[in-house]
Design a protein around this ligand. Structure first.
Ligand code: MV4
Length: 479
């Protein structure tokens, strides 16, 4: 592999190209007109404009991207996350054009893209799943019978769903019919597929996911868990590895289950198997994400691996150089997604101009960043500016370092989720590890953050005033 095209933008494009460069592989960036001066374009050895700002006229144009790759004599395409990364047709078209797709085969993407197909694929592998059904349901009478059997509350889910779309909690039988109709119509309009199914509703779960890596020689390993329970409206905000609550025994069990899920779909490359963990520490397979995830750095830090390097190596046919027994957890890592969103105003995108943009540096701090001072944040894409990642010997150390790093991250011109990250890191429920997926809903109000920020602004003003008076004194003293 001599040349790699990254079909993405922002921090992940730079993240992938950094490893490619380290491995002596030439890099090609693609970009839309609005991204012509973006950092990922400057970072690449070559860059090609592929269209206008809206993603469906640029970063989502699979055939055009493949055409560019062929023209530039590219060997492989890395899709990053989002955009074309979980598009089975794109993966197939890449391979049909004799290029390497850095990811699993299109068949695995397709199976895992459907929750029902995924359940069906793993059925024979003895993997714990939430009580429920594994086929699409449209008949309300049948649905009522199943719900009674499972016991309320139940959850209606869309098979093609993601990010909680088409999901509905049903507390009692009399609500079932209307909620089912809503779920079906929501799924139909969002995914063009109205298939829904029913599961027992796990009321207060934690979101634990296992990183796996598979080569084309039958070897699959897991790189332990990440916990992503701190999220709002299905958008993750803080992630960490390891989880504060897994015992070594549970960790091995979940890791083994994740490896079985990967084997069930003949997986290749980096993937993530999502589980719910209930209050009694029972775990249930939810779904598999067939891409390199946003939060992969926390796994890299605690295992000392470079997941992009492993992805590239297995994609070019090498055997995994690491065996399960070689892996162990060292230290603790935290990641905060720094979004250009206003935590005081319902997290609305706060796009604009980055008047000041200074990222923290120091031991134990990693910032996977896609922006620089003076840039405008385009409205067309995800408003994530960077990922602020800290690493310490213990969880407490990583948390303290995160709070410090947030203080040394200076952004002016737009609102960001940095103060929200500080709120999480200082919260007793987070620090004690006693939290679940309802953390944000349960503990966060803009008012708390507002008063905290006011308090800090007051202290800053007082320090500035003190300094001013001191300076005045110095000037006056000689007189
Ligand atoms: C669940 C659940 C409770 N019970 N399934 C949310 C998105 C999709 N990936 C699956 N999700 C859930 N499935 C059962 N049977 C609760 C959620 C859920 C959730 C899961 C992970 C992280 C955050 C979440 C927030 C709300 C609901």
């Amino acid at each position: 592999m001599r040349k790699l095209l990254v079909a993405n933008r922002g921090e992940i494009a730079i993240r992938v190209m950094t490893t490619a460069k380290k491995m002596g592989i030439k890099t090609v960036a693609i970009y839309s007109t609005i991204d012509r001066n973006a950092p990922h374009v400057k970072f690449a050895d070559e860059a090609v404009c592929i269209g206008e700002a809206p993603s469906n006229q640029s970063y989502l144009l699979g055939s055009k991207i493949i055409e560019v790759a062929k023209q530039l004599d590219v060997d492989a395409i890395h899709p990053g996350y989002g955009f074309l990364s979980e598009n089975a047709n794109f993966a197939e078209e890449v391979e049909q054009n004799n290029l390497i797709f850095i990811g699993p085969k299109s068949k695995a993407i397709k199976v895992m893209g459907s929750k029902l197909a995924a359940k069906d694929a793993v059925k024979a592998y003895d993997i714990p799943m939430v009580p429920g059904i594994d086929e699409a349901i449209t008949d309300v009478v049948k649905a009522k019978a199943i719900a009674k059997e499972i016991g309320f509350p139940i959850l209606i889910k869309a098979s093609a769903g993601g990010g909680g779309k088409g999901m509905r909690v049903v507390e009692k039988e009399s609500d079932l019919e209307s909620q089912m109709q809503r779920a079906i119509s929501e799924a139909t309009s969002a995914f063009g597929d109205g298939s829904v199914f029913i599961e027992k509703y796990v009321a207060s779960p934690r979101h634990i996911e296992i990183q796996i890596m598979a080569d084309s020689h039958g070897n699959t390993i897991h790189l332990f868990e990440r916990e992503c329970s701190v999220q709002r409206r299905h958008q993750k905000v803080v992630e960490e590895a390891p989880s504060a609550v897994l015992t070594p025994e549970l960790r091995s069990k979940m890791g083994e289950a994740a490896v079985k899920v990967a084997k069930a779909c003949d997986y290749l490359g980096a993937g993530t198997v999502e589980f719910l963990l209930d209050e009694n520490h029972n775990f249930y397979f939810l779904e598999m994400n067939t891409r390199l995830q946003v939060e992969h750095p926390v796994s890299e830090l605690i295992t000392g691996t470079d997941l992009v390097e492993l992805q590239i190596r297995v994609a070019r046919g090498e055997q995994l150089s690491i065996q399960q027994e070689d892996l162990q957890i060292n230290g603790h890592a935290l990641e905060l997604r720094v979004y250009a969103e206003d935590p005081l105003n319902d997290f609305l995108p706060s796009v604009g101009h980055l008047d000041t943009y200074q990222i923290p540096i120091g031991e134990g701090i990693r910032v996977d960043n896609g922006f620089e001072e003076g840039m405008d944040i385009p409205i067309y894409y995800d408003p994530m500016l960077s990922k602020l990642i800290t690493y310490g010997k213990t969880r407490e150390e990583a948390i303290e370092l995160m709070i410090k790093a947030i203080g040394n991250y200076h952004v002016k011109g737009v609102q960001t989720t940095l103060p929200f990250g500080k709120f999480v890191c200082e919260h007793e429920a987070f620090r004690s590890g006693k939290f679940d997926t309802h953390f944000v809903k349960k503990h966060y109000t803009p008012e708390i953050l507002h008063s905290e920020m006011e308090e800090e602004a007051k202290i800053a003003a007082m320090i500035a005033m003190k300094q001013y008076l001191k300076d005045q004194e110095i000037i006056r003293l000689p007189l």
